[in-house]
Design a protein around this ligand. Sequence first.
Ligand code: ADP
Ligand code: MG
Length: 400
Amino acid sequence: MNKMTLADVQTRGKRVLVRCDFNVPLAGGRVTDDTRLVASLPTIRHLVEAGARVILCSHLGRPKGKPDPAYSLRPVAERLGALLGQEVRLAPDCVGPAVEAMARDLRDGEILLLENVRFHPEEEANDAGFAASLAALAALYVNDAFGSGHRAHASTEGITRHLSPSVAGFLMETELEHLGSLLSDPARPFVALLGGAKISGKLDVIGNLLGRVDRILVGGGMAFTFLKAKGFEVGRSLVEEDRLEVAARTLEDAARRRSAIDLPADVLVIESLETGDPGRVVPVDRIPANAIGVDIGPRTVEAFSAILDGARTVFWNGPMGIFEKAPYAKGTIAVAEAVARASDRGAATVVGGGDSAAAVAAAGVQGRITHISTGGGASLEFVEGKELPGVAALTDRPKR
Ligand code: ADP
Ligand code: MG
């Protein structure tokens, strides 16, 4: 890692602005999964113990550039305070005179959480004036929001032009080390396992991964776009029609390079998502015209598991089915176990993506995975070999 980190800087008595990824799920005004909050505790605790004046900021959801109480960070302030055993004050906004006064009043070791940066359209527009207003609150910038690293926004990129040095927090550092090891000389065979629902983004990922990995296993919703591109009937399964051509080209590209893209051989199909239909397994060339594919079938599980058993590096993003519903979770749970077994045998295993991390937890194998990334899109772009703007903008470590 050639970026300066929190360990390289003195923070006592300084106001330090930390960009965190507190984009957590909420229900009824409470945080329902605090994984991302727990992941940022090492950086926050380090700063508090060092006597820094800690100013935290984050986005939450998509509030459309204006204040919306449904996307307030108040539940985060409360849960974070409980986790730290210390008050986390919430500012009424993230910029402006009232917030500046609160920042100025901070004493060593105290924590202030700014309100959602996306309450301002300037955040996503990476507006220079807005970035300068954020920067005015502090003397030093720490980026611990790996999950937002692929976005050039004011609080992840623009701000680094106004505060120096800009350093990586401990979570960011851990993420970059683990994901970086997938890029530089990974042990082979290197197998990527992809699934989930965000097809359009992930199709491009597959194209870019072809040159990096030895094999790509495709399950989940995205498999149906490939199956349809190959000419199979996929019924009413999730398909992105306008991506069929890209999918077909990706398959041709893979054939030309002799790198394998493995699609499901069988799938679990249902008639309706509403009725709790347990479904039935069919080979992919027998999907009925009215059926919906919701999981990979047992033959596919066996084939994918055998390939994972021989892997020495595994990157997994995206569940193999609609795993939130127990009858359709078998394939996802089985591959999670196969990834964990690969880990047990010494393979480096990295899982990225919120739903994939939840699937790993549902399978009860989180302790056996080498690294569970807090970033979904960011981890994918990183593994594709793309530069993440929020990371590139951090201060380089001086060459010795
Ligand atoms: P991640 O959060 O790990 O990056 P995604 O958000 O891309 O993963 O995908 C997760 C979602 O994909 C889950 O909500 C899951 O229900 C859905 N999904 C998986 N397989 C299918 C399928 N066959 N049809 C529809 N949705 C699916
Ligand atoms: Mg998701």
